[in-house]
Design a binder for this molecule. Structure first.
Ligand code: SF4
Ligand code: SF4
Length: 359
């Protein structure tokens, strides 16, 4: 009898074991920390129950690092640190050292190399952004570019801890918004339905996949000039851009009609109030590379008003809940338009969601 074929063992290619990269003091004291404090913005100090101490220097990066930047940063870390570094989800670098004496030389070297130290506590920490052109197939703009331009403007707020509470800013390069919820979010907003290149649809697109992709069932198969293609019911289309990845001939990116929208008040934290979705406060903002000045001006205005008007420890969403949206628009001088009213028919379900479990 023929032998049964052997199953190939699975290849484990998931997240690597983090312990191999940790500072030895972190491994030694894992789960046994007594307390931590922040001696200055950008520096964390953890004390273990054993009495061991570890200092962490937090440094902002431009996220997409080339070989030059990686070598520069690694040289500093090897020479002045102890060779251990981690990246936070907001692309800050954290360098751990076991001696307080190493902190100031590290800070000096990073600042001289053009990398600011900060992003802790009640600062505007690094903006978390989505993949942009580098990794994703559907961006309507670059993500790192907006982040770099904005963080250049917000440098002062990164290196200080002057805000009422921490500020998390996010950007997303399409409306699918894998950037998530932010105190302030800058997301691409398509304003016109896709234009279809019918000559290419039959050659490139798997039509049922495209039809299935549309969240509002606006796409139908159609014959155009004797060739199988697609058509869009523009009254239904919400210009989300989800049909573009499975079918690039559904061209939705447009230099004029793909804009930026700014959203405010989202947070994932459970502290003091429940997690919140951010809400639209500015639509149709020009997607204007390389410095995105219009988006930057609005973000800076919101931050200025928040800093002045919010009480200590209020996140932006908590502050707006307290003063009310009409007052928010008054203070920020942003125009309230019809685009702020969520009249999408699915919104009834959507508005009823939170991360809290209800019974
Ligand atoms: S926001 Fe959209 S385009 Fe950008 S990486 Fe996420 S899914 Fe891709
Ligand atoms: S842009 Fe979105 S809503 Fe419009 S047709 Fe494509 S998938 Fe459907």
């Amino acid at each position: 009898m023929a032998e049964a074929p052997k199953m190939r063992p699975p290849i484990e290619s998931g997240c690597p074991d983090a312990f191999q990269y940790m500072h030895p003091l972190m491994i030694k004291n894992y789960g046994n920390w007594a307390y931590h404090d922040r001696p200055r913005p950008g520096v964390l100090h953890h004390v273990a129950k054993s009495g061991d101490e570890i200092w962490t220097v937090r440094v902002g990066t431009q996220r997409q690092l080339g070989p030059y930047e990686i070598n520069l940063l690694c040289d500093i870390i090897d020479k002045l640190g102890e060779g251990y570094v981690r990246f936070t989800i907001r692309s800050n670098m954290e360098i751990m050292v076991s001696s307080k004496d190493k902190v100031d030389p590290l800070i000096k070297a990073f600042e001289e190399a053009g990398y600011p130290v900060g992003g802790t506590g009640n600062s505007v920490t690094m903006i978390s952004h989505t993949q942009g052109w580098l990794h994703c197939d559907i961006p309507g703009t670059d993500a790192s570019g907006v982040v770099k331009a904005l963080m250049d403007d917000l440098h002062e707020e990164f290196v200080k801890e002057d805000m009422p509470n921490r500020v998390h800013i996010t950007t997303s390069c399409c409306q699918i918004n894998c950037g998530g919820q932010g105190d302030i979010a800058i997301n691409v907003q398509h304003t016109k339905p896709p234009k279809i290149n019918h000559d290419l649809v039959a050659n490139i697109c798997e039509r049922p996949s495209v039809v299935a992709r549309c969240p509002v069932a606006a796409i139908r198969p159609a014959m155009v000039n004797g060739k199988p293609s697609l058509e869009v019911d523009e009254k239904k289309c919400i210009c989300c851009g989800a049909c573009f990845p499975p079918c690039p001939p559904m061209q939705i990116n447009d230099p004029e009609h793909s804009k930026l929208a700014i959203w405010v008040g989202g947070k994932n934290s459970n502290a003091r109030s429940k997690p919140m979705f951010h809400k639209l406060v500015a639509a149709g903002v020009p997607n204007n590379p390389p410095r995105w000045p219009e988006a930057g001006t609005i973000v800076k205005k919101i931050l200025k008003v928040y800093k002045k008007d919010a009480k200590d420890w209020e996140r932006i969403g908590d502050w707006v809940e307290r003063i009310g949206w009409p007052r928010f628009f008054e203070l920020t001088e942003l125009p309230f338009t019809k685009f702020h009213i969520d009249n999408w028919r699915g919104s009834r379900h959507m508005l009823n969601q939170s991360a809290h479990i209800r019974f």
